[in-house]
Design a protein around this ligand. Structure first.
Ligand code: ARG
Length: 460
């Protein structure tokens, strides 16, 4: 069968070329966007007298039929059609005859693919945003139950200061909020329609790009056609947005893995979201969290891959750009399933409050409070206070107790300026609740943060 572009060719393409050149094995995912774009294009062509009303009607009807054929599994995707654009066009021509050949007036596959792919990215950015919001709601519900639950705050994975578990979750809620906002701002920035840019330089036909832009739900047409057909920034943006989302997911996954270990036992995954070992019968493994951690590598690879493809390409469209799609599909689908399973894992997670609170009694979490006391109430310079506190920590270690349990007499042996009013400050809960500065961990301030997020979610 001869190809749509074969007019100037004498020999037919090799089967190997067909396989190497075709994008239809993967770009068939864009069938919906392609048909939506074609319907908008045909509608505008008819409105502008470029297509007759009856031709446009037949074309649009045929496009709808093709959509049904694809969705019912009847449609035959052929490598020889090369890509989804030509597959659909040749099928409508088979259905309605020569009228179908008029659809490609004033358009090229270059603006067509840019339109289809942009629509896909815009839609997926929106659905991923919604999944992120749902995850945030689940995290927020969990946080509301744990504003008083003590957990050791760490730096360098070493015990640092007492915090509460809700506060810890709010750190992730904040990250996911930025991920949401990044996706939304990409949607806003990229809400421009490529359709009508044709091959690279526009078209002599009297088209109306504002109209197709409106029909497709974009804010406005793109400014410059040469840029438009070679622009894949929108694809890079979603890849970057997903990579950054996974930086956050992987950090959360890592903490969940650590927390679910025997040494910590802060949380327990439900059986439905854990796995066993084929040899060690006692084991319950956090495979879900481990895979979530690993997917970060995979989506980063997709980002680097497209950055590398796009780098140094001359204007305008180059076939290199056909390599833009698989990585984006992969990152999007990875993010979809990952957000779903992360959300489910959190919804079914058991939090072991006792273990978290008990862990706070290791590592002298209130040492900073002692130093702050020496500065605030004894007028001791911070450096000196730091040193005195270090001695108190060493003494507590000798006594095999936590600093929060040390007796006043022991402290006074180290520095006689210390008085009884220090003791409440060394309590873990008081220490957590003392950090009332904006964004701090005190339960009252944590509740403010929860309220803020709730208001934000309501405002959307
Ligand atoms: N399958 C192509 C792609 O995905 C469509 C655009 C082809 N354009 C061209 N001038 N060969 O990029």
């Amino acid at each position: 069968m001869s190809k749509m572009w074969s007019g100037r060719f004498k020999e037919s393409a090799s089967e190997l070329l067909d396989r190497f050149n075709a994008s239809i094995p993967f770009d068939q995912k864009l069938y919906k966007e392609d048909i939506t774009g074609s319907i908008a294009h045909a509608t505008m062509l008819a409105e502008n007298g470029i297509l007759s009303e009856s031709d446009a009607k037949q074309i649009i009807q045929a496009l709808t039929t093709v959509k049904e054929e694809i969705e019912s599994g009847e449609f035959e995707f052929k490598i020889s059609d090369e890509d989804i654009h030509m597959a659909i066009e040749s099928r409508i021509t088979a259905i309605i005859g020569d009228v179908g050949k008029r659809l490609h007036t004033a358009r090229s596959r270059n603006d067509q693919v840019a339109t289809d792919f942009r629509l896909y990215v815009q839609n997926k950015s929106q659905s991923l945003s919604e999944q992120i919001l749902y995850l945030q709601k689940v995290l927020l519900e969990l946080a509301k139950k744990h504003t008083e639950t003590l957990i050791p705050g760490m730096t360098h994975l070493q015990h640092a200061q007492p915090t509460n578990f809700a506060y810890h979750l709010l750190a992730y809620i904040s990250m996911f909020k930025r991920d949401y906002e990044r996706l939304q701002s990409s949607i806003e920035r990229n809400s421009t329609s490529p359709l009508g840019c044709a091959a690279l330089a526009g078209t002599p036909h009297n088209i109306n790009r504002d109209r197709t832009s409106e029909l497709l739900g974009f804010r406005e047409p793109t400014l410059n056609c040469l840029d438009t057909v070679s622009d894949r920034d929108f694809a890079l943006e979603i890849l970057f947005n997903i990579s950054t989302l996974f930086v956050h997911i992987s950090r959360f996954a890592e903490e969940l893995i650590i927390w679910s270990s025997y040494e910590f036992q802060f949380v327990k995954f439900s059986d439905a979201y854990s796995t066993g070992s084929s040899i060690m019968p006692q084991k319950k493994n956090p495979d879900v969290a481990e895979l979530l951690r690993a997917k970060s590598g995979r989506v980063n690879g997709n980002l680097i891959s497209l950055l590398t493809v796009m780098k140094g390409l001359p204007l305008a469209y180059n076939k290199d750009m056909q390599e833009d799609k698989e990585g984006v599909f992969d990152s999007v689908e990875t993010a979809e399933v990952s957000l779903e399973i992360l959300t489910k894992s959190i919804e079914t997670l058991t939090v072991n409050v006792d273990k978290m609170e008990k862990a706070c009694k290791i590592g002298h979490l209130t040492a900073t409070d002692l130093a702050d006391y020496l500065v605030k109430y004894c007028n001791i310079p911070f450096r000196e206070a730091h040193f005195i506190t270090g001695e108190a920590v060493a003494r507590a270690d000798e006594l095999n107790i936590d600093l929060s349990e040390i007796e006043l007499s022991e402290l006074q042996k180290i520095d006689s300026r210390i008085e009884a009013d220090v003791l409440p400050l060394l309590s873990l809960r008081n220490s957590m609740n003392s950090r009332i500065s904006k964004g701090g961990t005190a339960t009252a301030e944590t509740k403010n943060q929860i309220k803020y997020v709730e208001n934000w979610l309501e405002s959307l």
